[in-house]
Design a protein around this ligand. Structure first.
Ligand code: HAM
Length: 448
C-alpha cells in the first residue's frame, strides 16, 4: 500500500518535512492581521444583515463539475479530486458558491426569510502554478445572497430589485475594504447577459465567427478556447493578442433588452451609493454559472495576481443543482492577496508584544508572581511569566525582545511590602505602586 510504503521509507531516511508546494504556514504576528481582517469582515457583513455559513471542505466532485462547468480550468485542471473508500469521487472545494447552493437546497432555506444573506471564511484548494498571491491552499472571504422566485414574481418586474441587490453586495465589499484601509481598490464591472439566442448565446456565435477569422494570429490557449469557451479568450493576458481582442465584437452591444436595462440600473444604483466603478467589457470571469452582473476588484502591491475579489450574479444555479428557481449574487475575496496588499502598504500592524513581563526573583516571589499574572490576565492584559527565576539583567533583556511595555519586578522586598516595582521599558523609568494602581495605569495606557 502507498501509505505503508511511505511510512517505511520515512523510517529509513528520516525525511525532513516541508509544507506541500503551494501551501504555507501562517505565523504570528501575521496571524494577528488575519484575525483582524476576519473580525472586520464579520462586523461589516453583520451590519448588512449577513449570517455565517460553515460548509464542509470536501464535497461530491459532481457538485463542482455541474456548477462551475466541466470545461473550466478550475474543474478541468485544478481540482484535488480523489476516490473515497466507497469509490465515490470527492473533491476539496475550489470555491464555496456551489456548496452554499447545495446547502440552500438541502436545508430548505428557501423557507427562511428572503433574501437569504450568508457569508463564509475558509480555505479553498486549486492546483494552480504557485507564485506571489497564488497558492494551492488559499483563503476566501465570501458572501452570497439567495432568493427563491415566488409564483407571479421574477422577469422584467424584478430588474430594479435585482440591480439594487447587486449594488448593495458590491457596496458591502467596498465598505469592508475601506474599513481595513485598503488603498487603491479598483472596481470593474460588466454584464455578460443571459443564456438566450437574443443575448449571450447570439453574441458568443458572433464572437466565435470573429475569432475563427483571426485564429492563426492567436496562441494555442486561445485557439483551444474558440472551441471550448470562446468568452474566455477575452480574458487573455497575452501581449500579442491584445490588439486583436480590442477589435472583437463587444457583449454590451448584444445584450437583450432586459439585461441591458438591468446593467444600466446596476450602474445607477452604484452611483447612488457613491461606489466608483470602471466598465470592462472583457470581464467574463472563469466560472460558468454567471449571468448578467460580473465584477472584479483589483488592489495595489500584488503584481500580476492583482484580483483581490471576484463575483457576480448566478440566477438559475440552484435550479441547475435540483432546487427551485432561485436568484443568486455573491463574491469571494482572496484573503491571502488582501493581506499581502495591506502588508505592502504598511498596514500590517505592530508585532504582537506583551503588556507586562513579570521579572520575579526568589522562591517566595514565584507564588506572588503566579497570582499577580493570573489577576492581570483575567483583567485582559498580555502577560509573560518566565517559568524559572532569571537574573535581573537577563529578565529585562527578554522583556525587551518580547516588546513588553512594562516589567513588573517582584522580589522579596515587593512581596513583603505589597508594593510592586514597575519599570516602563520605553524610557527606563521606574515607580513603586500597589496592584490596584498598576491595574489602573494599565487600563489607562494600554489599548486593549
Ligand atoms: P474566483 O474569481 O475564482 O471566484 O475567486 C475569487 C478570488 O479568490 C480571486 O479574485 C482571488 O483573489 C482569490 N483566488 C482565487 N484563486 C486563488 C489562488 N490560487 N490563490 C490565491 N487566491 C486565489 C470565486 O471563487 C467565486 N466563487 C466568487 C463568487 C461568489 N461568485 C459569486 N459568489
Amino acid at each position: 500500500m502507498r501509505v505503508a510504503g511511505a511510512l517505511s521509507g520515512l523510517m529509513a531516511n528520516r525525511t525532513k518535512f516541508q509544507a506541500i508546494k503551494g501551501t504555507r504556514d501562517l505565523l504570528p504576528p501575521d496571524t494577528e492581521l488575519w484575525n483582524r481582517v476576519e473580525q472586520t469582515a464579520r462586523e461589516v457583513f453583520g451590519t448588512f444583515g449577513f449570517g455565517e455559513i460553515r460548509s464542509p471542505i470536501f464535497e461530491p466532485t459532481e457538485l463542482f463539475a455541474r456548477s462551475i462547468g466541466a470545461d473550466t480550468d478550475v474543474v478541468g485542471k485544478e481540482m484535488y479530486s480523489f476516490d473515497d473508500r466507497d469509490e465515490t469521487s470527492i473533491s476539496l472545494r475550489p470555491e464555496a458558491t456551489a456548496s452554499v447552493c447545495r446547502a440552500y437546497i438541502e436545508h430548505g432555506l428557501h423557507a427562511w426569510p428572503q433574501p437569504l444573506k450568508l457569508y463564509y471564511l475558509g480555505p479553498m484548494f486549486r492546483r494552480e502554478r504557485p507564485q506571489k498571491g497564488r497558492y494551492r491552499q488559499f483563503y476566501q472571504i465570501g458572501a452570497e445572497v439567495l432568493e427563491t422566485v415566488q409564483p407571479g414574481q421574477g422577469g422584467t418586474k424584478d430588474i430594479p430589485k435585482d440591480a439594487a441587490v447587486d449594488a448593495e453586495v458590491i457596496e458591502m465589499v467596498m465598505t469592508f475594504f475601506a474599513r481595513l484601509g485598503l488603498e487603491g481598490a479598483q472596481l470593474q464591472i460588466n454584464s455578460i447577459g443571459h443564456a438566450a439566442e437574443n443575448c449571450r448565446r447570439g453574441y458568443v456565435q458572433k464572437l466565435k465567427a470573429a475569432l475563427e477569422k483571426v485564429k492563426d494570429k492567436l496562441g494555442p490557449d486561445s485557439q483551444r478556447r474558440i472551441v471550448t469557451n470562446p468568452l474566455r479568450v477575452l480574458d487573455s493576458k497575452l501581449e500579442s493578442e491584445q490588439a486583436i481582442i480590442a477589435g472583437l465584437p463587444k457583449i454590451s452591444e448584444h445584450l437583450c433588452e432586459d439585461c441591458a436595462k438591468q446593467y444600466a440600473e446596476v450602474k445607477r444604483q452604484l452611483a447612488m451609493r457613491g461606489v466608483k466603478y470602471a466598465e470592462n467589457w472583457r470581464l467574463v470571469r472563469g466560472l460558468d454559472y454567471y449571468m448578467r452582473t460580473t465584477f472584479e476588484i483589483t488592489a495595489k502591491g500584488l503584481g500580476s495576481q492583482n484580483a483581490v475579489c471576484g463575483g457576480g450574479r448566478y440566477d438559475g444555479l440552484v435550479e441547475l443543482l435540483g432546487g427551485l428557481p432561485t436568484k443568486g449574487i455573491g463574491f469571494a475575496i482572496g484573503e491571502d492577496r488582501l493581506i499581502l496588499s495591506l502588508q505592502e502598504a504598511g498596514k500590517g500592524g505592530a508585532a504582537a508584544g506583551r503588556d507586562v513581563f513579570v521579572a520575579w526573583m526568589g522562591e517566595k516571589a514565584q507564588a506572588a508572581a503566579i497570582a499577580a499574572t493570573q489577576r492581570l490576565r483575567t483583567a485582559g492584559f498580555r502577560v509573560e511569566l518566565p517559568p524559572v527565576e532569571q537574573k535581573f539583567g537577563k529578565a529585562l533583556g527578554q522583556a525587551d525582545k518580547l516588546s513588553a511595555r512594562y516589567a513588573l519586578i517582584l522580589g522579596e522586598d515587593e512581596v513583603a511590602t505589597g508594593l510592586w516595582t514597575v519599570k516602563t521599558l520605553a524610557d527606563g523609568s521606574q515607580a513603586k505602586m500597589s496592584e490596584a494602581e498598576f491595574l489602573e495605569k494599565l487600563r489607562n495606557e494600554v489599548k486593549k
